[in-house]
Design a protein around this ligand. Structure first.
Ligand code: HEC
Ligand code: HEC
Length: 362
């Protein structure tokens, strides 16, 4: 018995070594993040966290509590920094440490100054700018001033996490970053079918009305709201089906899916349909962002060619001119119906944008 077990382990170890460092498959301990990240990354010892990073961790864990409507903090325009009731860690699970839940473990490196170009916002985003993207859109709120104590503390927490990158590795080698991609559907996602999945797999926690379970003593959700005024905005990454489905598919339902183990996930069709159901509901709309993707990149390429096909808000791209050619002029009619931007299929939109880019010579 002992010998057989030993043999099995040797075989497993050999096959894992052959397939690279990403651990996946049944048997992955849902709590052992370090085993998943090894050998490129190891979560740093909490005892090495300084006071600023400790405050930052608290801020991202209970963001509404410290920066929402019930706090004393206000942006220059008088509005709270958190416009809904969410906290960062409601989406970036385990305070931004869980693999496949858009962890922040190497965020300091990924968004090192001058930052990465965002066609949506037409700016290079360094770490504070990237964080503010989620304040304004995921939290339906206001950008924190870069020099504010709260932003500095959050950046310090990111800095603490990034100390776990192991010598000899680059940040790109760390597995489990972002929410895991899944194949696009060739048909539209079906929110009606998704309603049934919601009832069976989500409602017990997020509730029939999608408002979740609020803990007033903690000023934090036990189960966060999935739609309505207290949820993420339409112009957030989460407001777009092809992005939102990656969070859901990789991590929900919370009690059944092990984020570290793809074999525990729902079927792709179920994930698309249930996410379509959530996105079929009302959520914060923000007039500040209707001009997303209308700038021109530093290299001179108009950003509308990169507009996300699932950004289902004006101005959807491409438009189509009188000669049937793709255009970015919002006075022309949209080439695809709004429903297709919302529920797919997305590939025809991506293809049309690529074709337009080639036609116009970019
Ligand atoms: C409603 C869910 C949600 C909330 C709440 C949220 N985010 Fe995000 N965040 C996302 C999604 C989705 C992405 C990535 C996809 C996108 O936006 O295109 C992301 C991306 C990021 C990234 C980039 C990660 C990478 O690997 O490139 C950072 C950094 C980040 N968020 C920080 C924050 C911070 C800090 C907060 C709180 C102020 C926050 N987020 C709140 C959903 C959320
Ligand atoms: C056992 C309870 C439970 C079930 C069932 C569950 N969730 Fe969640 N969900 C959570 C918890 C808890 C969080 C937030 C985690 C945190 O704050 O640490 C969450 C977060 C989320 C978020 C990100 C935060 C937000 O408000 O947007 C989405 C989206 C989500 N769940 C969708 C779903 C979907 C879709 C299903 C069904 C397929 C589902 N959940 C099933 C407990 C659950």
């Amino acid at each position: 018995m002992k010998t057989r077990q030993y043999l099995l382990l040797t075989v497993l170890a050999a096959s894992m070594a052959a397939s690279g460092p990403v651990l996946a498959g049944s048997g992955t301990d849902p709590g052992d993040f370090n085993a998943f990240y090894a050998p490129s990354y190891k979560l740093p010892d909490p005892a090495t966290m300084n006071a600023s990073a400790t405050r930052g961790k608290e801020l991202i864990h209970s963001t509404y509590k410290y920066l929402g409507a019930e706090s004393t903090q206000r942006a220059a325009n008088g509005k709270p920094y958190v416009g809904n009731r969410l906290s960062c860690a409601n989406c970036h699970l385990d305070d931004g440490t869980r693999p496949n839940a858009s962890p922040w473990v190497v965020g300091t490196y990924k968004y090192a100054a001058p930052g990465a170009f965002s066609a949506r916002e037409n700016i290079k985003r360094d770490l504070p700018a990237r964080i503010n993207g989620c304040f304004e859109r995921s939290l339906a709120g206001e950008a924190l001033p870069t020099g504010s104590p709260a932003m500095q503390d959050i950046v310090a927490y990111f800095g603490f996490l990034s100390t776990g990158l192991q010598a000899g590795y680059t940040y790109k080698q760390v597995p489990g970053q972002e929410f895991p991609k899944l194949p696009l559907l060739t048909t539209a996602a079906n929110p009606q079918r998704g309603a049934t999945i919601y009832k069976d797999s989500c409602q017990s926690c997020h509730q029939e009305d999608g408002q979740g379970v609020w803990r007033d003593d903690e000023k934090r959700y036990r189960y966060p709201a999935l739609w309505g005024a207290n949820s993420f905005g339409l112009m957030a990454g989460m407001g777009r089906l092809a992005t939102a489905v990656t969070l859901v598919n990789g991590n929900m339902p919370y009690d059944k899916v092990n984020s570290l183990d793809p074999s525990t996930r729902m079927s792709p069709q179920d994930a698309w349909d249930v996410t379509a159901y959530i996105l079929s509901k009302d959520r914060p709309f923000d007039a500040r962002f209707v001009n997303d993707w209308t700038g021109t990149s530093p290299t001179g390429v108009p950003n509308w060619f990169s507009k996300a096909p699932d950004a289902a808000y004006d101005y959807t791209m491409p438009r189509v001119d009188g000669l049937g050619l793709a255009s970015d002029d919002p006075r022309f009619a949209p080439m695809f119906p709004l429903a297709q931007h919302k529920y797919g299929p997305f590939q025809p939109i991506t293809d049309a944008l690529a074709k337009a880019k080639a036609y116009w010579g970019y």
